[in-house]
Design a protein. Structure first.
Length: 464
């Protein structure tokens, strides 16, 4: 009986497990480790996530690549959506909790199928503290002080906490600082008149702002990020730019793609259409282009274009964008393009010296702001070498794993999704999925990629 371990029981780990159960034709033993104990649903899709919306239309949110309309069909079976038109549901941006209910049901069905097939599935709500990959054919992991042997291993660790702002010891050690914005613990400190600063201006900021308002915060919220780019909405759902897609070459340098994109951007804007459909047209090709880029081109992209790409690529539902704009118009959300110069403690509060401007036509100015809460929403840490004690940081330090390009995730063979060691040699029994492959594939964190990777990994494991 093949013995398989999955480290991470969130959406990515559950997707692999479901594919293994679906594809298995022989007995196997599957052990899933997740310290949160949130198997299948994951932290992002808990019942409390009613205020947080999916940023992908429901028609594109199936768990199984072989059943692209599975989520849509499931929705039509739910009483609260039974009277809604199918085409409307397909374009809807629903609460994450609803998608979580769908994942939870499919997870329970997968466990029932496993029992029917005689497969052994064990859920372990404990932390994996170390890996031993010195024997390439027999990966080992340590949990609760005990080493366990497996024949195949899938790393599905998910997102880490954001990186601490460097140079601000007074910030990181203070109780007003919130390192984990996805936790509910900090909401207990919130009062209607609390003064709140959010570091970052992306999707996590939007989720956090919604949580703040749902918890009763009445005061303005400051968002501080280096560029201060505003969030963009989904303005042209379903619009396909076939002519632009046909012009995309099989191979291109970063400069060539940028020139082609800017030319098309000017054309669509002349007709009153924004550039978001161009990003959607690029989406199926971005992994191929990313793998073609040289190291210098990838570094240039990260330095000069990453933030612009993130704004155009990661959009929010139109009505949610309208809410953000209303908060800005009424002074309840201040988006500052700038940085924090210094931080000092003032009792239970933190005093931040901020250098910023709120609009392009405004001069840069410095000001002090006394905050009751400072929430780090700068995005998850993606370089495991910066996480002392993490099981992947330890494996990278010993050379049995290697950091991915530009320090993003892990080095891996993109054809098989198996990881590589420090010498570039593929570990034949260890796979990675999702955000761990960001450096190799760039587009690797959305459900579309995760479900494809899960299907591929399961097929690779069972073939072995």
């Amino acid at each position: 009986m093949q013995k398989i371990a999955i480290v991470g029981g969130g959406l990515a780990g559950a997707a692999v497990a479901m594919q293994l159960i679906k594809q298995a034709s022989k007995p196997l033993s599957l052990v899933i480790f997740d310290q949160s104990g949130q198997f299948g649903r994951g932290l992002a899709y808990q019942p409390r996530q009613v205020a947080h919306l999916l940023n992908v239309a429901a028609g594109k949110m199936s768990l199984d690549p072989a059943l692209p309309e599975d989520f849509l069909q499931w929705l039509q079976q739910q009483p609260q959506f039974a009277g809604d038109e199918r085409a409307l549901l397909a374009q809807a941006y629903l609460p994450r909790a609803v998608f979580g209910d769908y994942v939870a049901q499919r997870w329970q069905e997968a466990l029932a199928l496993a029992a029917q097939k005689g497969l052994q599935v064990s859920l372990r709500p404990v932390t994996v503290t170390a890996l031993d990959l010195t024997d390439r054919n027999a990966p080992r992991l340590q949990s609760e002080g005990v080493w366990q042997n497996y024949q195949q291993l899938v790393l599905a660790c998910g997102n880490e906490f954001p990186r601490h702002p460097t140079g601000f010891a007074a910030l990181c050690d203070h109780p007003a600082y919130v390192h984990n914005p996805w936790s509910d613990a900090w909401l207990k400190k919130l009062k209607p008149d609390s003064q709140v600063v959010i570091l970052g201006n992306g999707l996590t900021m939007v989720d956090t702002l919604l949580s703040l308002r749902a918890a009763g915060l009445k005061t303005p919220v400051l968002s501080v990020s280096p560029h201060g780019y505003g969030m963009l909405p989904h303005r042209h759902p379903g619009l396909q730019l076939n002519q632009f897609s046909q012009l995309l070459p099989q191979q291109a340098s970063l400069r060539q793609l940028l020139r082609l994109f800017n030319r098309a951007r000017h054309q669509v804007r002349r007709l009153g259409v924004s550039a978001e459909p161009l990003i959607d047209a690029l989406r199926p090709h971005t992994q191929r282009y990313w793998q073609q880029f040289s190291g210098a081109e990838k570094a240039l992209f990260m330095r000069r274009l990453r933030h612009l790409w993130g704004v155009a690529r990661h959009r929010v539902p139109l009505h949610l964008h309208d809410q953000l704009q209303q908060q800005r118009l009424h002074g309840l959300l201040e988006v500052h393009a700038g940085r924090v110069l210094s931080v000092s403690a003032a009792g239970e509060q933190l005093v931040l010296q901020i250098n910023s401007r709120m609009h392009r036509d405004m001069p840069v100015h410095e000001f002090d702001y006394k905050a009751d809460l400072v929430l780090n929403c700068t995005g998850p840490e993606q370089d495991y070498r910066n996480l002392p004690g993490h099981l992947l940081q330890q494996a990278i330090a010993t050379g049995t794993l290697a950091a991915g390009p530009l320090g993003l995730g892990l080095a891996a063979d993109v054809a098989s999704l198996r990881v590589k060691d420090a010498e570039g040699v593929v570990q034949p029994t260890v796979f990675a999925i999702g955000s761990l492959l960001r450096g190799e594939l760039w587009e690797s964190t959305a459900l579309h990629e995760i479900r494809q990777q899960a299907q591929q990994i399961a097929a690779g494991i069972l073939a072995h």
